[in-house]
Design a protein. Structure first.
Length: 230
């Protein structure tokens, strides 16, 4: 994809975001665009930076570490959004600002332990599994309060909210119903942690439904960079 196409894609996406914010009577600045750059080359991230994007999401650690190293000259903010094996927790804690996919206390403890003392606390979302057939990742809603209680005291982490990847659906009403469950789960958790402020939900194909239900971070890959090969 050339830079002009990328710029057009980003402009269209921001237009979608603003339009849906307006429809939902929300302030578009309250919705952050996280550009999912997994499987995209370093040059695509540089081009997206030139188009104004600063927040980038990666799912595969080895690929991400190479990109982060190659892009050290740019002021980018990196988010880890993929499944986490415990032997990868250290590298994630050392190289990312955010992790959206925490679903076990063991991973949270390791991320906290390995977060370097000189860095700001790692910003954390707990991944919740709201349509349990769809994915093996994520904590079940009923297990969330216990996980929140265990994560809150960890000194290297700042718990911000929830992330979800609902089962894909072509129906707007179905998409909204799933995202509404995430919003309600966050609302309930505020009884334990009043400062929770983040709903990481919505991708290229269901961003509008997520914004309508309160998303504060939308994670968008293909609508920015084009279809991925994997
Ligand atoms: C790949 C990925 C995305 C982006 O998906 P698109 O459909 O390309 O927008 C968002 N979130 C997660 C966790 C992903 O793995």
């Amino acid at each position: 994809m050339n830079e002009q196409q990328l710029q057009d894609n980003i402009a269209k996406l921001l237009q979608r975001l603003r339009l849906e914010a307006q429809k939902s009577q929300r302030i578009s600045e309250d919705i952050q665009l996280l550009a999912v750059s997994k499987s995209q080359p370093v040059e695509a991230v540089r081009a997206a930076f030139r188009c104004g994007l600063r927040q980038f999401g990666e799912s595969y650690l080895q690929e991400a570490l190479a990109k982060i190293a190659a892009l050290r000259d740019l002021p980018l903010c990196w988010h880890f959004i993929g499944p986490i094996q415990s032997n990868k927790a250290r590298a994630i804690a050392e190289n990312f600002a955010w992790v959206h996919s925490v679903d076990r206390v063991k991973i949270a403890q390791r991320l906290s332990r390995y977060r370097p003392a000189g860095m700001a606390p790692l910003q954390i979302c707990l991944q919740v599994n709201i349509s349990s057939e769809a994915s093996k990742s994520g904590v079940l809603p009923e297990a969330l309060p216990q996980l929140v209680r265990e994560v809150l005291p960890l000194p290297g982490l700042q718990l911000r909210g929830l992330m979800a990847i609902p089962a894909p659906s072509a129906e707007l009403a179905q998409q909204r119903a799933a995202f509404a469950q995430v919003r309600e789960a966050l609302q309930q958790l505020r009884a334990l942690a009043p400062d929770l402020d983040t709903l990481s939900m919505g991708m290229s194909d269901d961003m509008e439904a997520a914004i309508a239900e309160g998303a504060t971070i939308v994670r968008v890959g293909s609508a920015i960079f084009g279809a991925r090969k994997r």
